[in-house]
Structures are given as structure tokens and as C-alpha cells.
Design a protein. Structure first.
Length: 153
């Protein structure tokens, strides 16, 4: 008995091998990159702002300490706004200096040489000037001091 021949398999022509990406694959890659960008970009912005915020918080703490030391040496009276920088940076009657210099807002606040770094509050809750040349707002009645947000931009 002769073996029966195997059935003939139709011959398929060989197609060229694929090179490159299909449209679906490319779309998936673009979606993944977009998700990464959405997550990473806001974090980079915050990372750049954090060192400045830390500097301003540190400068604010130094100023508050100097103001409180001055008040302790002067029977609870806070430094006057007119002579704020001089009173805190120069020795007076054997007391002080309380600071070497009044800091700016991370030394980024633009100002003329004769422009003060400290301005008074207009009311107990409102700064008198949102000028970028003034680094700090100060209330000599309460000793309250806060950064001028407009100057840090």
C-alpha cells in the first residue's frame, strides 16, 4: 500500500517584515508621555518655588526674633517704623544691634538704595503699599511683620 500523499497546502506569498510602529502603538506611547508630563510639570514648578519660600520664612523668623528682643530690651515697646532699620542694625545705649541687616525677600525684591525695605500697615489688617520695592510690612503698635507678596514675584 502506498501512502497517500499529503494534501497540498496552498502557498502563501511571504510579506515583507514590518518596520516601524503601528498607529495604535504610537497613540499609546503619546498617551503615556502626556500622563508623565501632566504629573511631572507641576512638581517641577513647586520645587523651584520651595527654596524661595523657605528663605522668606527664615528671614521672617529672624525679623520676628529681632523685634521681640528689641521689645524685651525696651520695656515692651516695639521698634518705631521711622527708624526701623537703624534701630535694629545699630547699637544704641549699650543695646543691640539685633540684626546685621534687614533682609529682603530672598534678596529678590527690587529697590532703590534709599528705598526702605519696611513699610507700615495702613490699618491693622491691610498693608499700606503693594509696591515691589518694599519687602516687609510692619505694625509698630503690635510688632506684627509680614512679607510683601508683590515683592517676591
Amino acid at each position: 500500500m502506498t501512502p497517500s500523499p499529503l494534501p497540498a497546502v496552498p502557498h502563501r506569498p511571504r510579506t515583507a517584515t514590518r518596520s516601524g510602529l503601528a498607529l495604535v502603538e504610537l497613540a499609546v506611547i503619546l498617551v503615556v508621555l502626556a500622563v508623565i508630563a501632566v504629573v511631572a510639570v507641576p512638581r517641577l514648578g513647586r520645587a523651584q518655588a520651595d527654596p524661595l519660600n523657605a528663605t522668606v520664612r527664615g528671614d521672617l523668623a529672624v525679623l520676628r526674633n529681632a523685634i521681640e528682643l528689641y521689645a524685651a530690651d525696651h520695656d515692651g515697646a516695639y521698634p518705631p517704623i521711622q527708624d526701623f532699620e537703624t534701630v535694629l542694625t545699630q547699637p544704641l545705649n549699650g543695646q543691640g544691634p539685633y540684626l546685621q541687616a534687614v533682609p529682603g525677600l530672598g534678596d529678590r525684591s527690587p529697590r532703590a538704595q534709599d528705598a526702605p525695605r519696611v513699610a507700615p500697615f495702613a490699618s491693622p489688617h491691610t498693608p499700606s503699599d503693594a509696591s515691589p520695592t518694599v519687602a516687609w510690612f510692619y505694625d509698630e503698635r503690635t510688632g506684627r511683620i509680614q512679607p510683601n507678596i508683590a515683592a517676591g514675584r
